[in-house]
Ligand binder design. Sequence first.
Ligand code: UDP
Length: 397
Amino acid sequence: MKKTVEDYRGCTSDKIVDSVYEEASLMSDKHIVHLNSTYEGGGVAELLKSIVPLMNDAGIKTGWRILFGSFGFYKITKEFHNALQGGDLSLSEEKKKVYEEVNENNSTFMHLDHDYVVIHDPQPLPLIRFVGKKQPWIWRAHVDLSNPNEGLLSYFKQFIRDYDSVVVSKKEYMLPYDIPQRVIHPSIDPLTLKNRDMGDAAVSKQLSDFGIEQDKPIISQVSRFDRWKDPIGVLEIFGLVKREVDCRLVLLGSTAFDDPEGEEVYQDLRRQVDVDEDVHVISQANDALVNAVQRASSVVLQKSIREGFALTVSEALWKKTPVVASNVGGLPLQVRDGFNGYLVDPRDYKQCADRVMRILLNPQMGEKMGLNGREYVRDNFLVTRHLLDWIRFLREL
Ligand code: UDP
């Protein structure tokens, strides 16, 4: 169903809604295009699905294009993604060739006559070299750039320096280059099937369709099956918690076609889970199920080792569920220790299990944290604020 910015008045302040319309009207002659590598799966597609139509509603012509790549290309760009987050990489000439060739091929049919071009993440980064640049180009990096692989970054530098600006999710991700950079926090859309209100009966129906009983507390992690999200670590933590408090674990993940590692991680996980009827590992792209799991959980975990932002955290907090998250990347932007959840050392499983148990054993405290979480997201991480940040940023360019 088509949504308008007006529809968000009930979720955020009138002032923000009015400002979006007013400030967008000053850009009504502009045409923007966003370009990334997938329509489905992962946080970038999730963001664009809301931002793009709402920008159009606000009066700024905004398009969305996808880069066409091969399986081999996405394998390489996933390695690049991992290396940007600090992983090892053997950067061969062959990999560079495939990476650049796919971008060059796309440039032969990618007519970019817009007023602004916004490139998301590393996959389409080199396109700038092959398309005659006529307007400001922005590189929007969504990954955790706090400890990037230096070799890869120096290879990327030749492309990045042609951009007019770089947008990152956190101050600490800014690159050591003499290029204008801006922090824009991501956001969630409170009116999607994934995030909108859902009654108890609908929650129970979703869960029972997937064989998840609500006879004991549920803890969960909803995330792509990706090693950086550490689903195996979540299993270990569940084992520690389970010794003290009877509960269930739901690990819900989907895969994205620009992430060829997902299936492998999922299969690894399945092998680790013996026949334990309290552990539910579900690989499904199903927004209603995400909504129900985040709502029904007493605690949501985000046990990432590196994390650009994690929309999943704001999604859970919006549903009044406290979150226990690793103190890395974009997670401390959303979780305030002791206020709407807990922050833990990603290597300290005992500490993580302890914080999960604290919430399980103090439901009243968990409820209070959940209420705090909802208001924290309302104030900071809703799509309406995000629209306004983009409009202001583009007007200043
Ligand atoms: N997601 C989903 N189904 C799943 C797992 C994840 O729809 O089984 C969604 C999740 O709700 C969120 C997005 O995928 O909206 C993931 O974004 P996030 O920023 O958390 O992480 P990313 O995948 O971009 O690293």
